[in-house]
Design a protein around this ligand. Sequence first.
Ligand SMILES: [Zn+2]
Length: 286
Amino acid sequence: MLTRPTYAGYIEVPKWDVGLRKGHHEPFINWDTFEQIQENLKAGARPAARKDINANFPLRGYVACDDCGKPMTAAWSKGCRRHYPYYLCDTRGCPSKRKSIARAKIEDGFAEILRSLQPSSELFELARAMFRDAWNMRLSEAESAKKALEKQCKDAEAQIEGLLDRIVDASSPTVVTAYEKRISKLEREKIRLTDRASRVVPPKGRFEEFIELSLEFLARPWNIYENGSLAMKQTVLRLAFPEPLRYSRENGYRTIKTAFPFRVLEGICNQKCEMVPPERLELPTY
Ligand SMILES: [Zn+2]
């Protein structure tokens, strides 16, 4: 079922000699997604993520052992009455190997760090303006990307026309088949290009949608983390911290490197940071 282009809004019926073409029906998924699925199917099965473990230990993989720098793993230990959750380093040769740290220690310390990332409200107008500038720049980039894609699409079309002319003149069936193969390849390319061109420029209203999400994240990463699903927690972790946080058994969390937007906000707070031009503002991609 996953290999049928019907769900991406296209039809193809080889037994009736109907090559791949746009259907008149509403697609469920876009062409890019369809192609991604085909690639995934080709790549074969991958092991399932350990959901149970991750939900109980949202920081697993994001907190590193301070002695060896490798991400800690997590587990439940069996006490006499109940199980106790803990994080631990599992690196061979590390002095902290198999020395468990209670989950509460790791997670409370982390909560404190994330709470400290909440900047003052005055910064939001500034942040908003920076987002808008960055957005407008992306928008004009997208417009030119769209033009480029449309041009490539026209080129493919011209090539198809040229090949069709040659088919008319060709007498050998082998040559005709070769041309037909190239045409169907080009048709597919055209579909891919058209699909991308139609989606490269975000629809109106998208900015507000994006900026609300982004600003809410910058304003209250802790709330989003605290109330979000596991996927949301992991998104917050990835957006807020460019690398795993290092935790030392003796001293707790080491100096934290926060992601760029937070550093900018912090810099403005301290009035030590030079204004960062919007083109250097790294926006999270959604
Ligand atoms: Zn270690």
